[in-house]
Ligand binder design. Structure first.
Ligand SMILES: Cc1cc2nc3c(=O)[nH]c(=O)nc-3n(C[C@H](O)[C@H](O)[C@H](O)COP(=O)(O)OP(=O)(O)OC[C@H]3O[C@@H](n4cnc5c(N)ncnc54)[C@H](O)[C@@H]3O)c2cc1C
Length: 306
């Protein structure tokens, strides 16, 4: 069977784009699947990426990345991979929403979908007071009043990080599930805990102004961090036999070449775990692109020897 592409990349975010550039520069034919506007970066404002001064919108960065990769011959298809399988000869078949494709190597860079609370107005307030990432956005809330919602260590770590930046931090939880050490740290801190409570309403006027709890308590806040952990788009990976992190099955396990346990499958970016940062996604994308390129070249050399 003729391979239509050397490398197919699932994901059009920073990890997928950087992987595409490096694989293409290793003289591989490369197709990137996925929707740019579904990248986590799309709504972000980035000011902590090395060598890029000032604040750039994620949209600007992604559009630049697509132009750059296209310049190296990378093709794009704005569709999701819906099914994939390993062929008998070790290559892969990929079904998208409209096409059947095949390739020698796959790079999984599908990011993570952040779990929300599903509250009215929540999605529209992302970047205007609602955030799913303390590491990314804490510094926007210097001397502000913020709330964190969640039950696990991510939420408590987030609240403890924020207490050194914001002037007041509330932690809303339906019930904490954390280690005794972390609980002790929380109890000794200035974080005000509301337990067991849910958030029932967001009050906004262009940006978030307050949250209302299920007992009617109103808390005036500038920011709400929803830290429920993140769920990776894992089904495709699991179907191919790719090893996932053994504790929570939310991330793909890779080696230092970004190779998974399945020959020919590489992974990069948020799907490989914390921290969810563009710099890490780009770094891992670079390595995955180079590794996939070398893998394809080796297969082709072996095939030409007969
Ligand atoms: C509000 C916000 C603010 C942020 N701020 C910062 C910041 O200031 N600094 C920073 O460094 N980071 C920040 N981040 C994090 C940063 O955006 C991510 O770490 C980065 O985008 C991860 O890149 P990625 O390529 O791994 O995944 P993503 O950028 O999420 O891209 C995933 C891609 O996979 C595609 N995809 C999903 N499923 C499939 C499928 N089945 N088939 C094909 N394609 C698929 C999607 O369409 C998307 O194109 C922020 C994130 C958010 C949400």
């Amino acid at each position: 069977m003729v391979n239509e592409y050397d490398v197919i990349i699932f994901g059009c975010g920073p990890a997928g784009l950087q992987a595409a550039i490096h694989a293409a520069r290793k003289r591989c034919s490369v197709l990137v699947l996925g929707r740019p506007e579904k990248s986590s970066l799309y709504k972000a404002h980035i000011e902590n990426f090395c060598c890029v001064e000032g604040v750039k919108t994620g949209k600007e960065l992604i559009e630049t990345g697509i132009r750059q990769a296209s310049g190296f011959g990378v093709e794009f298809l704005e569709e999701d991979a819906v099914k994939t399988a390993i062929r008998e000869d070790g290559g892969f078949t990929v079904e998208t929403e409209s096409k059947h494709l095949s390739c020698l190597a796959l790079i999984m860079a599908t990011g993570v979908s952040r779990k929300g609370l599903g509250l009215k107005g929540e999605k529209g307030l992302v970047g205007r007071g609602v955030s799913y990432c303390v590491d990314c956005d804490a510094n926007f809330y210097k001397d502000a009043t913020v709330a964190v919602f969640g039950n696990g260590s991510a939420a408590v770590h987030g609240a403890l990080t924020l207490k050194d930046i914001a002037s007041k931090v509330f932690l809303i939880t339906t019930g904490l599930d954390i280690s005794p050490q972390l609980k002790e740290g929380l109890e000794k801190s200035s974080v005000q805990v509301f337990e067991p409570r849910k958030i029932k309403e967001l009050i906004a006027d262009g940006s978030l102004k307050a949250i209302v709890l299920d007992d009617g308590t109103r808390l005036d806040v500038d920011g709400l961090f929803i830290e429920l952990g993140a769920k990776g788009a894992m089904e495709l990976a699991a179907f191919l036999g790719v090893e996932l992190d053994p504790e929570r099955f939310t991330h793909i396990v890779t080696d230092k070449n970004q190779a998974t346990n399945v020959p020919g499958i590489f992974a990069a970016g948020d799907i490989c775990g914390l921290p969810y940062q563009m710099a890490k996604a780009v770094g891992e994308g670079c390595i995955a692109g180079i590794s996939a390129g070398s893998y394809c070249q080796k297969l082709k050399r072996e095939a030409s020897k007969g």
